[in-house]
Structure formats: structure tokens, C-alpha cells
Design a protein around this ligand. Structure first.
Ligand code: PGA
Length: 256
């Protein structure tokens, strides 16, 4: 068996610290002993200390959903990579389509964040993906390639600290996931772009699929050869459904 599949949960703006503690009380026993998967939960910033305390010793990791690119300074409302590290984060999600669309993050800003997070020793999950309009105009590969190249500019030699999440915007929160074979096609393309940047480093990157992943479709998506994990939004909010997805990953990891 090769590298572990990464089963990552993105809670977005859900749950208080108390709800976080309750979640892990139910979740951890459900995933105890699962092999072949690395499990990551990315809660809101204020929940991170509670989450880090709850997962201590369990093997489950915690991460941030975003960060600023400066270490500290007059940036009201922002949180730095150094602060994420200090509260126990090993990962940070960057360039999520909601950050790009609702908070105006450009590829240049995302790149600054990627560089800064890597400098601080965080592993980065860089999100890329096309809108429905872009897909229908045949622009999927162009958009994904641009987001990858600009997002990873200057850190091509550090790919071993990077994971990529392919999240077609039209599949996020809609209940309509990409068909497994369509995801596989884009994942292969992503690997081909990464290989051109850094042939050795590309092999260490896990390309995750995200967008309406649920217990019912996780197995079909994860069974694709180039799908090395999933980034789960809505279905990560319930301990039972996220654990079911992790269990599907553990079953498939044996076959990969
Ligand atoms: P979803 O979100 O699973 O609720 O579609 C995925 C994501 O945005 O990371």
C-alpha cells in the first residue's frame, strides 16, 4: 500500500467550541483503528483549541480553513499561519472557491498565502476548480491549470508539503457530485501539470476530490486511481456520515 488517502472535513462556518467537543466525543470512537487513511478536520478558527485538545493522541489532525499571508500586524480580523501552528494545526485549506468568490481572493493572494503557510511549516491544501459556465465553455483544464500554476508559483520545489483539492464549483453544496470518471480525468490532468513543475514532488501530492461527497458516493469517487482523498463539506458536519466516508477510504486504501 502506498500513501494514505486523505479524508478531510471542511466545516465552513459551523459549530461552537462546545459543539466541537460533542462532535469529537461521537466521532473518534467511530474512526478508531481505521488504517490507510489520514483524517483531518478543519473547523472555524475559534473551535481550533477545543478540536486540537479533543483529537490529542487519536491520530486525527486539525487544520485551518484559511489564513493571512503575514506573520502578524495590522490586519483586523485575520489569523496568521504562525497562529494556526500554535494552536495545533498541521494543515491549512487555501484558495477555497468560497474565499475566491465571496471574499475576492485572487490567484496572487492565494499564492502569497501558500508561500507563507509553507514557510511556517503548514501543509497546504490548495483548492482549484471550474464554475459551471467555465465547464460548459470547455475551459475546465485552462482554469485548473492557471489556478495551479499561479497558486504554486515559487513553491514548485516544495510539492511534498502540498495537497490539491479539485473542487468543481458547480458541485459544492449542490448535492450533485462530479461523476467519478469526470473527476478522474481532471485529477489526471492535475497530476500532469504538477509533473511538469516537479516530477518527483508531484508523486507526493495527494489530489483530493471535493463537492457533494457523501457516504453514498465516496466509495465510487475514491476508487478512481488518481483520487487520493476527499474534501468534504456538508457531510463532515455529522460524525456518523464523516466516519462512514473515512471507513470507505480505509476499505479502498487496501486496494490502491
Ligand atoms: P460540500 O462542500 O461537500 O458541502 O459540497 C465541499 C467543500 O466546499 O469543500
Amino acid at each position: 500500500m502506498g500513501e494514505k488517502l486523505l479524508i478531510a472535513g471542511n466545516w465552513k462556518m459551523h459549530k461552537t467550541p462546545q459543539e466541537t467537543r460533542e462532535y469529537f466525543e461521537r466521532f473518534l470512537p467511530l474512526v478508531e483503528g481505521l488504517e490507510g487513511v489520514e483524517i483531518l478536520v478543519c473547523p472555524p478558527f475559534v473551535d481550533l483549541p477545543a478540536a486540537a485538545e479533543a483529537v490529542a493522541g487519536s491520530g486525527v489532525k486539525v487544520g485551518g480553513q484559511n489564513c493571512h499571508y503575514e506573520k502578524e500586524g495590522p490586519y483586523t480580523g485575520e489569523v496568521s499561519p504562525r497562529m494556526l501552528r500554535a494552536v495545533g494545526c498541521e494543515f491549512v485549506i487555501l484558495g477555497h472557491s468560497e474565499r475566491r468568490r465571496l471574499f475576492g481572493e485572487t490567484d496572487e493572494v492565494v499564492n502569497k498565502k501558500v508561500v507563507s503557510a509553507l514557510e511556517e511549516g503548514l501543509r497546504v491544501i490548495l483548492c482549484v476548480g471550474e464554475t459551471l459556465e467555465e465547464r460548459e465553455s470547455g475551459l475546465t483544464f485552462t482554469v485548473v491549470e492557471t489556478q495551479l500554476k499561479l497558486g504554486l508559483s515559487g513553491v514548485e520545489d516544495r510539492l511534498e508539503m502540498v495537497e490539491v483539492a479539485y473542487e468543481p464549483v458547480w458541485a459544492i453544496g449542490t448535492g450533485v457530485a462530479a461523476r467519478p470518471e469526470d473527476a478522474e480525468e481532471v485529477h489526471r490532468f492535475i497530476y500532469s501539470v504538477l509533473e511538469k513543475m516537479n516530477p518527483e514532488g508531484a508523486k507526493r501530492v495527494r489530489v483530493l476530490y471535493g463537492g457533494s461527497v457523501k457516504p453514498e458516493n465516496a466509495e465510487a469517487l475514491l476508487s478512481q486511481p488518481s483520487v487520493k482523498g476527499v474534501l468534504v463539506g456538508g457531510a463532515s458536519l455529522k460524525p456518523e456520515s464523516f466516519a462512514a466516508i473515512a471507513a470507505a477510504g480505509a476499505r479502498l486504501a487496501r486496494l490502491k
